[in-house]
Ligand binder design. Structure first.
Ligand SMILES: [Zn+2]
Length: 332
């Protein structure tokens, strides 16, 4: 069983020889930038640099996947949001919001903004790592794009005061997110990872059920391929709704317990995670990473992975400890 077969098998709930150790969230660290000679901000914008940095997480960090890009702003840029470029250790961010009336829908999304670079990166990664390593591409969820279009405070306020406006923004955004996801999957990615924006810091469980859940369901129904939902924070109250949406995998942070998540999700989706990125991976020792990985494996994680995007200053030895922990677990 090669790494790609193992990852896709685990993601789809099939039996595999061991739990894969990957990252479904961002992997651009300063160490990997130095090792690959490819740094932010250029690696956000250029296919070649994007691919080189992504491959370093596999070749140097030992992760059993290649994952890119490193931010969630490509679609926002396409519809006319103003971006701040980012630096060597900060991601691009959205600075201005066009509003629903000001958005520009592209004639050909595959040629718009940075999209062709991200699509081309799949070919470049494949030519570097071959067919046996899974490629995972992060894309903006419809609710993330809706919040970028409206501005996050308008989005959050609108959920309460103007749900019709939010619904309209979600509809427009979903059209684009679905089209983009399909382009990415057709470019050669094995799975897309969609980090949901509407965490429980943003919405209450009721709004989630009424507005976000139908949007995600529509997304899953219209995109052909393997889809991972990543949701930050403590999500016990909405994880059942997420499981109903039809995602192949649900990626959780350390605040949500693997065992609890598995109990709620059952066999509706695989559970991915959940090594703490800010605490253990960034600030802990390799021994602490190994300990937390062992706990996640014991709790039954289907895919061992960081709980969220790697902090840029995460030490390489802590990333390497993830696969080490998995190997030790199976030696016992
Ligand atoms: Zn997260």
């Amino acid at each position: 069983m090669n790494l790609r077969e193992r990852f896709l098998g685990a993601l789809r709930g099939e039996e595999v020889d061991m739990v894969p150790a990957v990252s479904v969230t961002q992997t651009g660290t300063v160490d990997f930038m130095e090792a690959s000679g490819s740094s932010w901000p250029e690696a956000h914008y250029d296919a070649e640099k994007m691919a080189d940095l992504a491959v370093a997480a596999y070749e140097v960090g030992g992760l059993e996947s290649v994952r890119y890009p490193y931010c969630l702003t490509a679609l926002a840029e396409v519809v006319g949001c103003g971006l701040k470029e980012g630096t060597r250790d900060t991601q691009p961010s959205v600075e201005t919001h066009p509003g629903l009336d000001g958005i520009e829908m592209p004639d050909d999304l595959s040629q718009a903004g940075r999209v062709p670079e991200i699509l081309e990166a799949a070919n470049l990664v494949r030519s570097k790592v071959g067919d046996e390593v899974p490629i995972i591409v992060g894309i903006e969820a419809p609710d993330e794009l809706a919040a970028h279009i409206l501005g996050s405070s308008n989005y959050i306020k609108g959920l309460i005061t103007d749900p019709e406006m939010v619904e309209e923004a979600l509809e427009v955004s979903n059209e684009l997110s679905m089209e983009y996801a399909q382009l990415v999957l057709d470019s050669g990615a094995d799975a897309v990872c969609v980090p949901g924006y509407s965490t429980l810091d943003i919405v209450d469980p009721n709004s989630f059920k009424n507005l976000i859940k139908p949007t995600y369901r529509e997304f899953v129904e219209n995109v052909d391929g393997d889809i991972i939902m990543h949701m930050c924070g403590h999500i016990d109250q909405i994880i059942g709704d997420l499981a109903d949406c039809g995602f192949e995998g649900i990626s959780i942070e350390a605040q949500t317990e693997i065992q609890k998540a598995k109990e709620i999700i059952g066999n509706k989706a695989s559970v991915i995670g959940n090594i703490s990125t800010p605490n253990t991976l960034l600030n802990g020792s390799p021994q602490e990473v190994i300990k937390e990985c062992q706990q996640a494996l014991k709790a039954g994680t289907d895919i061992l992975a960081p709980g969220c995007g790697l902090a840029p200053r995460t030490p390489t030895e802590n990333v390497q400890a993830i696969v080490k922990a998995r190997n030790q677990y199976y030696q016992k």
